[in-house]
Ligand binder design. Sequence first.
Ligand SMILES: *Cc1c(COP(=O)(O)O)cnc(C)c1O
Length: 402
Amino acid sequence: MSHEYKGRNSKAIHAGFDPADHKGAVSVPIYQSSTFAFPNAEEGAARFAGTSSGPIYTRLANPTVQALEDCVAQLENGCGAVATATGMAAVSTVLLSHLRSGDHLIGTHPLYGPSRGLIDKYLSRFGITATWVPAADSAALAAAVRPETRMVYVETPANPTLDLVDLAAAVKVARSARIPLAVDNTFAGPHLQRPLEQGADIVLHSMTKSLNGHADVVAGIVVARDPAALAACRDAAITFGMTMDPHQAWLVLRGIRTLGMRVERAQENAWKIARWLETHGAVAWVRYPGLKSHPQHELARKQMAGPGAVLAFELRGGVEAGRELMNGVRLITLAVSLGGVESLIEHPASMTHKGVAADEQLRQGITPGLVRLAVGCEDYEDLRTDLENALVRVEAAAETLG
Ligand SMILES: *Cc1c(COP(=O)(O)O)cnc(C)c1O
């Protein structure tokens, strides 16, 4: 593998792949094969013994998937990566490889709903307990450590409130307890935030979001700082059957080639939309790490290379206004997910977080008029016009109701 580059964009375009290893192919070939022939018995034995790195069987390793793993490992500055069938498979890989009966985990809230469900509903069956602390409360995180605590698991920025976890503070807690800090880095992505460089031990992604970026694949990945953690994750992913298929890997790699351009353009749009929404009469407040009004704006500047492309805002009209806005947009698509070239909007109180009890919703910062906007790469003027027209509808509906 050549390393004639250092920058994020060069890595996204070249890392993990050398055309000379693939008959000169400039795009990594899709090795659509479940199994790989050994030239002789000795080589077969060497591959199983791990003394030869050639492929054996696609659930264990596949050259196309390895190209993707090498690329993301370099983007995150990890020692290696294991690609998984979905983002949730990446979450499962991290938790199942590192925790056992009797262990305790500290997690931050709000957390991606299914990740929280995996811990509360399934890991609890195997005797693993959890303490949940607010994302922005570093003191509560430090205070939650017990003798049996075996992992700190955080998401920053958190979804959908855009609260940040102070990574340096979380690293300190994990280091002094001698336990790993795992970070779900899906929201920011490696172009804007690299937790391993800041002292985290494991990073995971739903590559369904910005890494792939085109709303056409579900996929995940785990990146580790040290080889022992990586080996544990790889073994769990292989044994539980959570590894990735080569065609999926090829699509994600194609998406990653333009990661920097997409993220920077979407972020520029998000920044403009956030500033404009702050001045709009139908909007009570806007939450975006790039705005000075974000309570952790300085922390965002410290630990992120940019505030990203997801923002949240509260409509004065509450739940009804949320519904009206969802039905009022035309260009912006009413759908969950984020990090794609297309802008997506959703209303957590009636959609992603409807299953969370009302008082728990408020505890997690999910207010009735909260809207999550995952900004894409369209033209800013078109996005603003679409929101402006939809907000006119919201205000008209409020007046009719009196
Ligand atoms: C989407 C998402 C996941 C789950 O990823 P899938 O690819 O849908 O399985 C996990 N964490 C975060 C923060 C996400 O946004």
